[in-house]
Structure formats: C-alpha cells, structure tokens
Design a protein around this ligand. Structure first.
Ligand code: B12
Length: 222
C-alpha cells in the first residue's frame, strides 16, 4: 500500500470514531516504517478536522465528538513514546510554563506542544486545562520561566490569554516573561492585539518561535 492509502485510512478511522480501528491502523503504519509525527500530522489530525466540521454542521453531536477525541488520545499514548525515543537529550534551552486557559478543556493541541517542546530540549511545566490566570503567573515566578505559553480553542475562552498578559502588566512583570499564544481559536492578529510576544499556527512552528523568543530574552537581558 502506498503512503497515501495509509494516511487516508488513519484519517477515516478517526472520522469513524473507531478506537480499535485507529489503534490497528496506527500499528500498521508504524510497522510499515511511517514516522510517528507523520502518523499524527498527515493521518490523525486531518481526521479530527473533519470531525470538527461535522460537529459544526450538526452532522454529529457531543458524544461522537468525545468518542473521536478519545480514539485520538489512545493513539497518542502509542505514538508519544516513539517520538520521545527520537528526541535527543542535551542542554536545556529554556523553561516554559504551558496550559490551556480558564474555561477551556481542550488538551490535544497543548499535549502535542508539550511533547515537541520537551523533545526539542525545553523544560516544561504543564499546568493542564482550565488554568486560572494566577496559576500561570505563580508557576512562572516559582520556576523562573522564560516563556508562558497559552492555548485556547474556544472563542469564548480566548480572553483568558489577554487576562494573563494584562495581569502580568499590573504586577510589573510583563517584561520578565515572553508570552506566546495559540490554539484553534487564535490568529496572529489576535496575538498582536493583546500584546503577546508571539503566535504560531502549529506545534512545530511554536518550537521555532520558542527558540526565537528565548534568544530575544537572552538578548534583552544582556
Ligand atoms: C476534540 C475536540 C473536543 C474534545 C476535546 C478533547 C480534548 N481532550 O482535548 C471535547 C469533546 C472535550 C470538546 C468539547 C467541546 N468543544 Co470541541 N473540538 C474538538 C475538535 C474536534 C478538535 C480540537 C483539537 O484537538 N484539534 C487538534 C489540535 C492538535 O489542534 P489545536 O488545539 O488547534 O492545536 C494546534 C495548533 O493550534 C497549535 N497550538 C495549540 N495550542 C497552542 C498554544 C501555543 C502557545 C502555540 C504557539 C500553538 C498552539 O499547535 C497544535 C498542534 O499543531 C475541534 C475542531 C477543530 N478542528 O479544532 C472542536 C472545537 C474546538 N470544539 C468546539 C466546541 C463548541 C466545543 C464544546 C463547547 C461543545 C459543547 N457543546 O459542549 C465543548 C467545550 C468544552 C470546554 N469547556 O472546553 C468548537 C469551538 C467553536 C469556537 N470557535 O468557539 C470546535 C472548533 C468545533 C466546531 N467546529 O464547532 N471538543
């Protein structure tokens, strides 16, 4: 079977919300030598996008949405160790406090971000989902973070990113940390509007952005 066939099969297994089929197809792809990152990016995530569209058009409802997300997460449990194996150990590049903002329970994008940050040499404190603004700030102070990274998937929770930036300003800490924002509901314009230091559309680009921000941090401290 050509590569396209296996990616189509991975995508379809998520669309079918069929956990067993997702796991079996992931195994098949890995056995065929497909890179774990490509399994996620070119197979599973496109499936999740279709699920999002079907939910929006009311072709499916919350139980199906949850079922698809659970199937995706079971696949991540298999894929994550593979990706970690290929990540190198080396000197730490920076400290990142990460979380999904208050009121928002979406964790998949944030978890991919954590994985890529960690395998790219960053120390990450993952505060999880539904994170209160003061938790971001308190943890950043506690661990002397370089970067605060916030994810938001809902238009109704986006404001949580602005709240953290505003609270940092009020506490006289805005210049101490670089702030990056992202997640399905965000745009570059939004990031600029709220005064974030950076935005990225994907976890891969978030890693490049982190390197740039940590570099800038070192530059401004000099
Ligand atoms: C899976 C899912 C769920 C799952 C989440 C499970 C989990 N553990 O995460 C469940 C079933 C729980 C869920 C619930 C809900 N969901 Co939902 N969900 C989705 C879905 C299908 C996929 C989200 C996802 O994981 N995408 C894959 C990841 C990898 O993408 P990502 O998060 O955007 O992350 C990437 C980048 O954005 C970036 N990134 C992410 N974070 C960050 C952070 C930084 C700093 C940076 C730089 C980059 C970055 O890197 C990631 C990897 O490349 C989306 C549709 C979609 N296509 O997005 C709807 C969607 C987000 N959900 C939606 C809705 C409405 C809901 C509910 C309100 C439904 C309801 N009626 O209850 C609830 C809200 C619950 C809550 N309070 O949070 C809407 C949101 C509409 C809106 N604009 O506000 C969407 C868009 C569906 C739709 N089209 O209508 N959902």
């Amino acid at each position: 079977m050509g590569d396209d066939g296996i990616f189509e099969e991975l995508k379809q297994s998520v669309i079918d919300q069929d956990e067993e089929k997702v796991l079996a197809t992931v195994d098949k792809a890995l056995a065929a030598g497909v890179d774990a990152r490509k399994v996620i990016d070119d197979g599973l995530l496109p499936g999740l996008d279709v699920i999002g569209e079907q939910f929006e058009c009311e072709e499916i409802f919350l139980p199906e949405l949850m079922q698809a997300a659970l199937a995706f997460q079971s696949a991540m449990a298999v894929l994550e160790p593979k990706i970690r194996e290929s990540g190198g150990e080396g000197p730490k590049k920076g400290r990142i406090v990460l979380g999904t903002v208050k009121g928002d329970l979406h964790s998949i994008g944030k978890n991919i971000l954590r994985l890529l940050f960690e395998t790219s040499g960053y120390e990450v404190w993952d505060l999880g989902i539904d994170v209160d603004l003061f938790k971001f700030i308190d943890k950043a102070k506690e661990v002397d973070a370089d970067i605060i990274a916030m994810s938001a998937l809902l238009t109704t929770t986006l404001i949580g990113q602005k709240d953290v930036i505003d609270a940092l300003g009020e506490q006289g800490l805005r210049d101490k940390y670089r702030v990056m924002v992202g997640g399905g509901a965000t745009t570059e314009e939004w990031a600029q509007k709220i005064g974030a230091d950076g935005w990225a559309p994907s976890a891969y680009e978030a890693v490049t952005l982190a390197a740039r921000l940590v570099g800038a941090q070192a530059g401004s401290a000099a």
